[in-house]
Design a protein around this ligand. Structure first.
Ligand SMILES: [Zn+2]
Ligand SMILES: [Zn+2]
Length: 374
């Protein structure tokens, strides 16, 4: 067993990450230590790196180990640990997925069944450099505290980069469709064909939504969206104005607009356009806009007179994770899941990985999702 492991520490927006060595932590009863195989760079990690989340505490005043879309194998088990949240045995060497946040399970919000909205949930709680040290995905290990919901990965065929997405993007969009009530035969629009958008597309398709329409500015992503089941794609560089895009969606949905539209772009500027794409009675799924303080103005009467609703969703209920794993297993050879994580970097090249994954950078055409493999 190793004595120490490396982790990449975020010290402030747009600053190089610092690679540091930390001791292998002592394990509390019920905890597990995971050896990370791969950690993806998610849009929210990029937001933090760019300084978009400075007002949420990521302004450099405190250090952090970022990364939450991770996959790995159990390296060590704390006393009494040895089963997943479905009661299946877990041993050293098994691959597991787990929530990267921890609801309290006992507040009124948790008791109402919406544990993803728990106001007491904990994430990266201990300061960098203090036990249990490995509190984020960009390191060689990750400490899974007692009480964390986790699930053994049964299917060895699923690549690590895809397993990592079950911790975040894949489960979140699946939760989103469930929350907004997307059903068989309903029309769905996906704004944004990044990792979230591609997963949303394939889940919508397999739910039986029709048509599934995907909007993005990058043709290679739209081509991938079609491979993931999009019936139609709209390139915003070709269909240039919001009015034209709304008209196109109406044309593709029998003149009325879509029953459900999902926002997976992450900028307020696309929201009005998304609402305009909804048919009367339509539902808007808001997932992408996670930057506090980025605002828009709107006319609430259009929601009233349109009987339109907006559902905000962040995180997911733990039961979604085994459902998503099962979904991936069933569809692994049907869709090109291996193309979502397009670029893998070693941990000590984390700065290059972030520069290249930067969605406004020149590499945008090539990168869907970058990942780090320590
Ligand atoms: Zn994420
Ligand atoms: Zn709670």
């Amino acid at each position: 067993m190793a004595d120490t492991g490396r982790a990449a520490v975020f010290v402030g927006p747009n600053k190089p990450f610092e690679l540091r060595q930390y001791p292998i932590p002592k394990l509390e009863p019920g905890s597990m230590l995971v050896k990370i195989a791969m950690s993806n760079i998610c849009g929210s990690d990029l937001h933090i790196f760019r300084g978009d989340m400075a007002s949420a505490g990521f302004d450099g005043s405190r250090e952090a180990i970022l990364g939450h879309e991770m996959a790995g194998r159990v390296y060590a088990l704390g006393e009494g640990a040895g089963a997943d949240s479905l009661g299946r045995p877990v041993k050293e060497g098994d691959r597991i997925v787990y929530q990267y946040f921890q609801p309290c399970w006992s507040c009124p919000v948790c008791l109402s069944g919406v544990t993803r909205a728990c106001p007491n949930k904990s994430g990266r709680t201990s300061p960098v450099g203090e036990w249990p040290y490995f509190t984020g995905g960009y390191g060689e290990y990750y400490y899974v505290p007692p009480g964390r919901k986790l699930f053994r990965v049964e299917d060895d065929r699923i690549p690590d980069g895809l397993i990592a997405s079950v911790n975040c993007a894949f489960s979140q969009v699946t939760q989103g469709w469930e929350t907004v009530g997307l059903r068989f035969g309903q029309s769905a629009v996906v704004q944004g064909a990044g990792g979230l958008g591609l997963f949303a597309t394939v889940v919508a398709k397999e739910i039986g939504a029709a048509p599934v329409i995907v909007i993005d500015a990058i043709e290679s992503r739209l081509a991938l969206a079609r491979e993931f089941g999009a019936d139609h794609t709209i390139n915003t560089n070709e269909v240039k104005t919001p009015e034209e895009r709304v008209a196109r969606v109406q044309e593709l949905t029998g003149g009325l607009g879509a029953e459900v539209v999902a926002e997976l772009v992450g900028f307020p500027a696309v929201v009005q356009e998304g609402w305009d794409m909804l048919r009367p009675g339509g539902r808007y799924l808001e997932i992408g806009n996670i930057n506090r303080g980025m605002t828009m103005s709107y006319d609430p009467s259009q929601l009233v007179f349109g009987n339109k609703s907006v559902h905000g969703v962040v995180l997911y209920e733990p039961r979604i994770m085994p459902q998503v794993l099962d979904f991936i297993s069933r569809n692994l050879t049907k869709y090109p899941f291996d193309k979502v994580v397009s670029h893998v970097f070693p941990l000590d090249k984390i700065d290059d990985a972030f520069q290249q994954a930067e969605w406004l950078g020149k590499q945008q055409e090539k990168i869907v999702r970058a990942a780090l493999a320590p």
